[in-house]
Design a protein around this ligand. Structure first.
Ligand code: ACO
Length: 443
């Protein structure tokens, strides 16, 4: 039975909504919260205590799980901004290091801050030498995401001096370590899979160029990094740096809400990102394009995607939040041309196939009505493949780039004095209480 409460007694006004239980006729006024931008939010924190009700929103489609000042998305308008700066501006005028600073500190760095930050990151690019042994425990044909989950989780066993989350300095060092070591861990996962020696980081290179170096260089010859490719890599990192409360970020926050150390939390985020409905989609897009094979077969696959009895979905299409062209996909589409031009691969058949698929899908009533547009994963795979990455590395690159977002969101949560352990409730639909049946009496 619901109790009389402060919320019930709170005066109704323009900053409240009224909840009416039509069964009992009782009503409660719930506060409305307003952010800087975006939909207003009904504050239900006291709902259960005041009314005895839970809310029901299994995939959080209408639930704000936290307040955050890092990233803003307007899915209807196709807008993505970090600390107020549009993703288009950041991709065009900034670089990944600067975006990392922005996500962690809420402001773009001045020159001195930038230098200091870059120095802090490059200071941490090497891995503890003993961690190399871990790679050798994996099968050579392991999926590199499996290796990423293991290696990043293992960081908590190596960097004890940055696992005390109550110490701001340790939190900062852990953040820098995660951002700095992720490219090294990712590149080594790749090297291990192809049986080549690990290449150590080079701190004289930019973040993106160093990653390309560790991935593609070999000890026996010089490796020249093509500036256009380093720039494209950097842009891919920027575009994937953060995306507010998506599945993997929410996973990181939930893991972190219990006080778990940041390395364990980011490993949890990597696991969540792996799925094909999330970061695994870029790998799935390429597999899908290869399966389609030629433009003539596109209609067949479009029909399959529309068929409710067929589990097939057009990978790289649709998004929980964007009901408009994903702004990141628009930037990547342009980048795709630049990379293919630089590599002399403009006639890459997969690009032609992707563009035709996009054209046909965007004109199809099913996709138009459901507002299914290409998402960030639709073009990234084509670029990455042209750069020489195997498909299994695509999600790894996403994880590498997203690490700063996860870290920034984790830090924001831990630094919020009001944060508590996350503990959703449920609508129980199982058996009500029943008597235990001994084995010899069971049918
Ligand atoms: N192809 C065909 N139909 C689709 C697709 C698709 N790619 N995406 C959604 N739909 C349909 C669904 O069947 C559903 O139809 P219905 O209303 O008739 O049942 C409707 O559109 C809504 O789809 P939901 O799955 O309810 O939407 P949700 O927000 O839960 O899912 C998701 C979003 C997971 C991204 C989905 O669009 C999808 O599976 N896309 C393909 C995978 C993909 O590209 N994922 C990458 C996402 S971006 C990222 O993580 C970086």
């Amino acid at each position: 039975m619901a109790q009389s409460t402060s919320a019930e007694k709170a005066p109704a006004g323009k900053n409240t909504v009224t909840l009416i239980d039509n069964g009992t006729g009782r009503s409660w006024d719930l506060p409305i919260l307003e952010g800087t931008e975006g939909p207003r939010v009904i504050d239900v924190r006291r709902l259960y205590a005041d009314t005895g009700f839970f809310t029901y929103d299994p995939s959080y489609g209408a639930t704000a799980s936290c307040d955050s000042n890092i990233t803003f998305i307007d899915g209807e308008a196709g807008v993505l901004r970090h600390a107020g700066y549009s993703i288009e501006d950041l991709a065009e005028h900034s670089d990944y290091m600067e975006v990392c600073y922005l996500l962690l500190h809420g402001e773009l760095p001045n020159q001195a801050q930038r230098r200091e930050f870059e120095k802090a990151i490059t200071y941490h690019t090497m891995l503890h030498e003993q961690m190399m042994n871990f790679y050798r425990g994996f099968r050579r044909d392991s999926h590199p995401m499996a290796i990423m989950v293991g290696m990043v989780g293992a960081m908590s066993a190596f960097y004890h001096d940055s696992t005390d989350i109550s110490d701001p300095y340790q939190r900062m060092v852990a953040s820098h370590r995660l951002i700095a070591k992720m490219p090294t861990i990712a590149a080594m996962a790749y090297k291990y899979s192809i049986g080549q020696p690990f290449i150590y980081p080079r701190n004289d290179l930019s973040f993106a160029a160093n990653f390309l170096h560790m991935t593609f260089a070999v000890p026996c010859e010089d490796f020249n990094i093509r500036p256009a490719l380093a720039r494209a890599m950097d842009r891919i990192f920027i575009l994937h740096a953060d995306h507010e409360q998506n599945a993997s970020t929410s996973t990181v926050r939930i893991a972190g809400s219990s006080g778990a150390n940041p390395f364990a939390c980011i490993a949890a985020g990597i696991a969540s990102l792996w799925g094909p409905a999330h970061g695994g989609a870029n790998e799935a897009v390429l597999q899908m394009l290869q399966e389609i094979g030629s433009k003539e077969r596109i209609p067949e696959f479009i029909e399959r995607a529309k068929n409710k009895d067929d589990p097939f979905r057009l990978m790289g299409f649709g998004h929980r939040v964007y009901k408009h062209y994903d702004p990141r996909a628009a930037v990547l589409r342009k980048s795709c041309y630049e990379v293919l031009d630089d590599l002399g691969k403009r006639d890459e058949p997969l690009l032609g196939l992707a563009m035709e698929l996009e054209r046909i899908a965007l004109e199809d009533d099913y996709f138009v009505e459901k507002k299914l547009f290409p998402n960030v994963d639709f073009y990234s795979g084509i670029i990455l493949q042209a750069m020489g990455f195997p498909t299994t590395m695509f999600t790894v690159l996403f994880a590498l780039a997203r690490t700063v977002g996860w870290v920034a969101q984790w830090k924001e949560m831990v630094e919020d004095p009001h944060h508590k352990i996350s503990r959703p409730r449920q609508l129980y639909t199982g058996y009500a209480k029943r008597e235990f049946v001994p084995m010899d009496q069971r049918g």
